[in-house]
Design a protein around this ligand. Sequence first.
Ligand code: AP5
Length: 212
Amino acid sequence: MRVGKSIILFGPPGAGKGTQSGLISSITGKPQVSTGDMLREAVKEGTDLGKSAQSYMENGLLVPDQVIMDLIRVRLTNDDADSGLLFDGFPRTLPQAMALEQLTEVEKVISLVVEDDEIVSRITGRRTDPVSGEIYHVVFKPAPPEVSGRLVQRNDDTEETVRKRLATFHQQTAPLSEYYRERGLLIEIDGSGDIKQVSASIGTVLEKDIGS
Ligand code: AP5
């Protein structure tokens, strides 16, 4: 099974991947696939996969590659995957990146670059609407009053776990940016501005790419 060309949305935890993925999907027409969302769903449903992934996630560690690749292979059997996907938070290791190459051609890698201290304040203030899945922030993107009463905070969004997730990112995932740079696929975007500024930068890069 091999699907059409795909895009990777890359960056540290809290860089804004989930926030910006809708925009990229709407420009490129590629459905977003977040391995983090898939894992959280499995944990919520109490499946065997969810039970085995939970302690890795709560401790800021990566879930084993084999588990992730099994999830991805199943996801690629959906009809909407035929013309390629937008991967959010995947791949995160070299073995995952190499396994992905057997399944799709990576067209580009959009990398959001944000400093660690900014990440900590973004993640500890993150709140999610369990009904719509919309991502908010207590300061940077407050929820409307009718939604604010039902917002939830992720278990792994404490400062202690964020620091561990950042260490995991720097050790195991950040080296992938070099892998994609060498292949001429890496597009780095300054993710440190506000949400609208980052969206504008992504939009400019993608429109230029589509137009060329
Ligand atoms: P996952 O769910 O993928 O988490 P992550 O990569 O740590 O990324 P986040 O979802 O935390 O951040 P984001 O970049 O989407 O930021 P967001 O847009 O929400 O993974 C969770 C866990 O699952 C991992 O730790 C691991 O255990 C496991 N896992 C998942 N995939 C795996 C894989 N492939 N291999 C192995 N294990 C895997 O924004 C964050 C906050 O900032 C929000 O509140 C938002 O409103 C705000 N914000 C966004 N942009 C801005 C801005 N420009 N200015 C100010 N605030 C902003």
